[in-house]
Write a protein that binds this ligand. Structure first.
Ligand SMILES: C[S@@+](CC[C@H](N)C(=O)[O-])C[C@H]1O[C@@H](n2cnc3c(N)ncnc32)[C@H](O)[C@@H]1O
Length: 243
């Protein structure tokens, strides 16, 4: 049964990234870039690349096999691919009640707030239309894979306005993918205290964006978090909260 579950998630990851039929996504796309999650795909539902998709599958399998209590969330979903994979894992494990929280402005990144978050000074991704994907488009991407239901819960708006008041009591897995110091900090601040012992925290942008890395270390220092940071690929990292 476990093998079948993993085969389903593996197939789905190949579809979500378009790696299985790359020629249909974009003429001339570099297969290595797509594999490593270095490009912004034309149609694929995720940009995170194969190793980070495999890491997400491994982490979901771990928390579900070990019955770690709580929902799962991604902060910064773009077209929704990683959260679609999360919902698929819950279905594959026949989980009866966890939710997948899908948190995004659905309108791209905020402009940098250098007064409050000096590390973000000069990092302005707010005008990039390709990063603004509507909630309706993300919902329809879930539907394409037969995975849209009432356990897919959208948190629409800036993280500062949505995360701390969201009706989430516990989390088994948190995936951060908001690029900025501010987005990383706000997500950690609101959500990490809800991560169950044995739960997993994944940070997509640790290697790619120095502001993100700085936010992770500032938060770890402030909260005396000493679990080892494990590298996934050129940018992704994760750790498992001590039990
Ligand atoms: C790099 S994309 C996420 C990629 C996605 N995880 C995937 O699987 O392809 C970053 C996303 O974070 C969102 N975002 C970043 N900072 C945010 C914030 N402070 N509040 C709300 N959304 C934010 C953007 O709208 C964008 O959709």
């Amino acid at each position: 049964m476990r093998d079948l579950r993993l085969r389903y998630l593996d197939l789905l990851a190949g579809c979500l990234s378009r790696e299985l039929f790359l020629e249909l996504d974009e003429p001339g796309v570099d297969p290595a870039d797509r594999h490593e999650g270095r490009d912004w795909p034309a149609t694929a539902e995720t940009m995170i690349g194969r190793r980070r998709l495999d890491n997400l599958i491994d982490c979901l399998a771990t928390v579900l096999d070990d019955d770690i209590p709580g929902d799962v969330i991604e902060t910064g979903v773009w077209r929704g691919g990683a959260t679609i994979l999360m919902r698929a894992a819950l279905a594959a494990w026949e989980d009866p009640d966890r939710s997948v929280w899908v948190a995004d402005s659905f309108n791209g990144l905020p402009p940098p707030d250098a007064a409050a978050f000096p590390a973000d000074e000069g990092v302005d991704l707010s005008g990039i239309g390709a990063l603004a994907v509507s909630r309706a488009e993300v919902a329809s991407n879930f539907e394409r894979y037969g995975l849209l239901d009432d356990r897919v819960r959208f948190l629409e708006g800036w993280f500062a306005d949505t995360l701390s008041s969201a009706p989430i009591s516990r989390l088994a897995l948190i995936r951060l993918d908001g690029d900025l110091y501010q987005s990383t900090w706000e997500a950690l601040d609101a959500l990490y205290p809800k991560l169950s012992p044995g739960g997993i925290l994944i940070v997509d942008d640790y290697g790619a964006f120095e502001p993100c890395r700085r936010a992770v270390h500032a938060y770890r220092d402030q909260h005396h978090i000493h679990e080892e940071i494990i590298t996934v690929d050129w940018t992704g990292v994760w750790w498992r909260r001590d039990r």
